[in-house]
Design a protein around this ligand. Structure first.
Ligand SMILES: [Zn+2]
Length: 129
């Protein structure tokens, strides 16, 4: 307890790194003759980094890393939510990406070849719905 005072401890990023490490160790055991030989050193380095973060006294830098991890995780989860929503609506709508601004556009399915106008930037292009 006394030792951990003023140290970073286990934050969300460390929990994530430990989970990744467990998967790497498991894979290195399963594929011990093939790719596992390369995975175990990677797992060891990652484990070292995780412990370094846990015992680190540079709380500001560790907190920045953790915040960066949260931003990346939120971006990934948000993209997955969009994909899931598109999957749910796949029978009624077709999704296009605007070639100009990369916005995702939704059009009703089964209208044949149509002109699609982007609501965000006004760009139009042809697409088969
Ligand atoms: Zn656009």
């Amino acid at each position: 307890m006394q030792f951990m005072i003023g140290r970073n401890g286990n934050d969300e990023l460390n929990r994530f790194l430990l989970a990744v490490d467990m998967v790497l160790i498991l894979l290195s055991v399963i594929f011990s003759r093939g790719i596992g030989r390369f995975l175990s050193p990677v797992a060891l380095v990652l484990l070292g980094f995780t412990y370094y973060r846990m015992f680190s006294r540079d709380l500001i830098r560790r907190s920045d890393e953790n915040a960066r991890y949260f931003r990346i995780r939120e971006r990934v989860l948000s993209a997955l939510r969009v994909r899931k929503e598109q999957w749910v609506q796949r029978k009624d709508y077709k999704f296009f990406v605007c070639p100009a601004c990369k916005a995702t556009l939704r059009v009703p399915k089964g209208r044949g070849k149509i002109k699609i106008v982007c609501r965000k930037c006004g760009n139009s292009f042809m697409g088969k719905s």
